[in-house]
Design a protein around this ligand. Structure first.
Ligand SMILES: [Zn+2]
Length: 143
């Protein structure tokens, strides 16, 4: 597996974790992600019950791997301006804004590279969920 492909898989997995959180209705809002091999995580604003951590970890892992098994196509490099005639002022207009869309889901502005279908990610493992100062960090890796 080459490095770029591995980063695309890890990065796209981060998006799927965000989608899984949404599907599960967890009170978390993704705020940043980091996707280098061995240290990947998605960090969210919000809080989860410490006693339910293991249960939530399993639920996210199952939901992400379900999205992967569904082999959903991913569209990337759609120009944001073509999709959204009205863009909030917070979006910088001096950068090429692109959108990534997992089929059937809302688009997410993102300029990085992604796999073409979710099945290319392989199996995702949620290694740990940690909470600190109103942030929830979901650490993951690929099998
Ligand atoms: Zn992305």
């Amino acid at each position: 597996m080459n490095k770029v492909a591995e980063l695309s898989r890890l990065h796209t997995a981060g998006h799927l974790i965000g989608l899984a959180i949404k599907h599960l209705g967890l009170p978390l809002m993704s705020r940043q992600s980091h996707h280098l091999p061995g240290e990947s995580y998605v960090e969210c604003k919000g809080d989860i019950d410490e006693n339910r951590k293991e249960e939530i970890k399993t639920a996210i892992e199952e939901e992400v791997n379900k999205l992967i098994a569904e082999n959903k196509p991913i569209v990337e490099r759609v120009q944001l301006v073509e999709m959204c005639p009205s863009i909030p002022y917070q979006v910088p207009n001096d950068k090429p804004m692109r959108v990534v869309i997992v089929e059937g889901e809302a688009g997410i502005p993102c300029g990085e590279s992604h796999v073409c279908v979710t099945s290319q990610i392989g199996r995702v493992i949620i290694n740990e969920i940690s909470t600190k100062n109103g942030n929830v960090r979901i650490c993951y890796s690929l099998n």
